[in-house]
Design a protein around this ligand. Structure first.
Ligand code: SF4
Length: 417
């Protein structure tokens, strides 16, 4: 792969062997990887029962098995990968080698992003990515398909497509909106919401190149005043908006490796019951993971404290990595257009802060800490762009409804300050 890699400017990362990814993810494997694992001849003496190592998901689809607690069958008691220990890095499935990187076509280059489901990514722990270019290129060579440069730029909105050069102008405008040190992240997101919403209604007709840049400058200028109006608006989130928001939270809070919540009639019954409780929003929040305990819905409607500068930095980095890495629209995000993709991305913040309240309340606290916010973001980003449910028509239509009704900025103001 000879395409240039563009790395997010703000991010550091190294693996700290916490084993978290091996507990949270379902690893789908190719036929060749299935055969390679069979050829590795795992036995119970290695700590792996051969008939549980690989699970059939459907016709021709397989994944690595899980231990009863949800961990990968190959994770040993020290939290390390048995395949890596016995056969080295190259013995593992490609998905395990790539994580937490994500590579997205960007015309004549490939945009590199990171998954914040890895706690080391959330904490910005490790060396700057710019110092790891050779290793990242090796991984990119293994995953980026030939012909990636022929993939067209994502739509801007349902009726407008521009070429890659103009698409990058939109991305740069979004990144510049988020790159305003000194302005709270909430204000920057409100500005971004305001101008992307206007862009979602515009017809660019023959505007291209510098004319697009001028249009974006005008939209961004208008968005400054618009964001202040949104901030001053005291209208409450509508009841429909609250319902849609809770249903989204339920999707983000699920643990997809938890067999108790997934498999058999009992698992399906538990899930159905949880969705019903989330749709009502009264009584107790059903515990969707071990760390998310049963607490009253009403408790989570109270303030759990202001956003601290540390938390502001985490969200700034999160949004800028996802935007620079094109990790919010097009092939990286259910093939949805730029505007809708940004609105979905923006929702990550109120969903994360709601889950941070849940974590704090479950531990008997009335204030959330930065640890709660980090843990909540890791839970949420695990699904963002990866859970099939979030790409389905129903979930997409809820996000569009939250954006057009202006419930999206209201949710941000309600749960994030
Ligand atoms: S979650 Fe991140 S730090 Fe932990 S083992 Fe996986 S890649 Fe390494």
């Amino acid at each position: 792969m000879s395409l240039r890699l563009t790395l997010p400017v703000l991010q550091n990362w190294n693996c700290h062997n916490c084993g978290g990814c091996c507990r949270q993810h379902q690893i789908e494997i190719t036929e060749a990887e299935r055969q390679r694992i069979i050829d590795q001849k795992w036995t119970t003496a290695d700590g792996v029962s051969p008939d549980q190592a690989i699970v059939r998901m459907g016709a021709g689809r397989y994944r690595l098995g899980h231990q009863p607690d949800g961990a990968c069958v190959f994770l040993n008691e020290k939290g390390l990968c048995r395949i890596h220990a016995k056969f080295g890095e190259m013995g593992k499935p490609l998905a395990c080698r790539v994580y937490p990187y994500a590579f997205h076509p960007a015309g004549k280059s490939v945009a590199v992003s990171l998954r914040f489901s890895c706690p080391s990514v959330v904490k910005n722990a490790g060396r700057p990515l710019s110092q790891q270019l050779a290793e990242i290129r090796q991984i990119a060579d293994a995953v980026v398909p030939a012909g990636a440069s022929n993939i067209p730029a994502p739509l801007i909105h349902s009726r407008e497509r521009v070429d890659w050069a103009d698409f990058h102008r939109f991305v740069q405008a979004l990144d510049a909106t988020l790159d305003q040190p000194g302005l709270p992240i909430i204000d920057r997101l409100l500005q971004a919401y305001a101008w992307t919403t206007l862009a979602g209604q515009a017809a660019f007709e023959k505007l291209r190149g510098d004319r697009i840049r001028e249009l974006l400058d005008l939209l961004r200028e208008a968005a400054v005043g618009e964001a202040q109006l949104l901030k001053a608006d005291a209208t409450e989130v509508t009841s429909v908006g609250r319902l849609y928001f809770r249903l989204l939270v339920a999707q983000y809070a699920r643990k997809d490796t938890d067999a108790n919540l997934r498999e058999g009639w009992l698992g399906r019954w538990r899930l159905l019951r949880a969705v019903w409780k989330f749709s009502r929003g009264t009584g107790n929040v059903p515990p969707l993971q071990d760390v998310l305990r049963e607490v009253p819905f009403a408790t989570l409607e109270q303030s759990f404290g202001e956003l601290t500068p540390d938390q502001d930095e985490i969200f700034t980095r999160y949004f800028r990595v996802k935007i620079q890495g094109l990790h919010f629209c097009g092939p990286a995000y259910y093939d949805i257009p730029f505007v809708e993709g940004f609105h979905s991305l923006m929702l990550v913040m109120p969903v994360t802060m709601w889950i941070a309240r849940w974590l704090a309340a479950g531990a008997g606290r009335s204030q959330h800490s930065t640890d709660d916010v980090e843990q909540a973001l890791a839970i949420v980003d695990h699904h963002h762009g990866y859970s099939p449910a979030l790409g389905q028509a129903a979930a997409r239509s809820r996000v569009r409804s939250l954006a057009t009704s202006q419930d999206l900025p209201r949710l941000l103001l309600r749960y994030c300050r």
